[in-house]
Design a protein around this ligand. Structure first.
Ligand SMILES: [Zn+2]
Length: 286
């Protein structure tokens, strides 16, 4: 006997199958978005002289990503760019090294990776410092932007110049609350970073985590503005809650933001994010 729950699940799968699109998706000329088996999304850029890949995620994702690249081009994979240090994004580099790619990370990410080895992660071949590095290959330029501390170490936002397409890892996730409650996440620096990202010359953005129904299609710069507004609205709501007489140690759990209740993880993460804002306001960044 098929249970009602089972019937519902099958119906959901059918709806999902109808909504799913090709993978990878060419979001701009020669710029592709690829969703791997664990939902994480990478980007790759095909040029006349090879391919540049952003974020390998893990060995299984990386292997599937190499297959996706080879399904659209015969060009060799020349570069792998890491967005940041975290193991759940930086695994799988060996798959690209075996393909002949040079692995690149910001020096802050590189130093952390060197100090914190993981069996799935290889140390990059090159590191770069400062706020900007350009990779020029086959007539295209991938700009690497670093805005200082926000989430993890060496957070890098790549932009395909001319194509006006960017890639953002954990700073913004469309249609989902950001997750502030991490030891290496600084909310005030995130606010400044998002303001600076909004000045970048891009329209479309491929997001590693995207809670829209068709995530591999990516999003836009508006998603960055929306997350920045959420951060400001949450801080204002927390301040108002405390100003109304709620003790500060109860205010984070009392805050509500109905404007965002349709975002995924609203119930689960709203109070945690409010706690992080309040604690950072009392203790300073940590
Ligand atoms: Zn991360």
């Amino acid at each position: 006997m098929v249970s009602l729950k089972g019937t519902f699940s099958i119906a959901c799968l059918l709806v999902f199958a109808e909504a799913a699109t090709a993978n990878p998706v060419e979001v701009a000329d020669g710029v592709y978005s690829f969703q791997g088996p664990t939902t994480y999304i990478s980007m790759f850029v095909v040029t006349d002289d090879g391919v540049i890949v952003v974020d390998p995620i893990n060995p299984g994702h990386a292997q599937a990503l190499v297959g996706a690249i080879k399904s659209v081009t015969n060009q060799p994979i020349r570069y792998l760019v890491h967005t940041h240090n975290h193991w759940d994004h930086s695994g799988g580099g060996k798959v690209f090294r075996d393909e002949g790619a040079t692995i690149i990370a910001h020096v802050d990410a590189y130093n952390w990776m060197k100090a914190n080895p993981h069996p799935d992660m290889v140390l990059p071949d090159e590191s770069w410092g400062g706020s900007r590095k350009d990779i020029m290959l086959g007539g295209k330029t991938l700009e690497l932007h670093h805005f200082g501390a926000s989430h993890g170490h060496g957070m890098t936002v790549p932009v395909v110049a001319g194509a006006r397409v960017g890639y953002i890892a954990d700073l913004v996730s469309p249609n989902r609350l950001p997750f502030f409650f991490l030891p290496d996440f600084t909310v005030s620096e995130l606010e400044r970073t998002l303001e600076e990202i909004l000045t970048l010359d891009m329209d479309k953005v491929v997001y590693t985590h995207n809670a829209r129904p068709d995530p591999v299609q990516g999003g836009t710069k508006q998603d960055v503005a929306d997350t920045l507004q959420y951060l400001r609205d949450l801080r204002a709501a927390l301040d108002a809650e405390i100003a109304s007489g709620t003790p500060p140690w109860l205010a984070p759990d009392a805050v509500r933001l109905p404007k965002y209740e349709n975002w995924v993880m609203y119930e689960e993460w709203l109070a945690l994010n409010a706690w992080k804002i309040w604690l950072e306001g009392q203790l300073g960044p940590f």
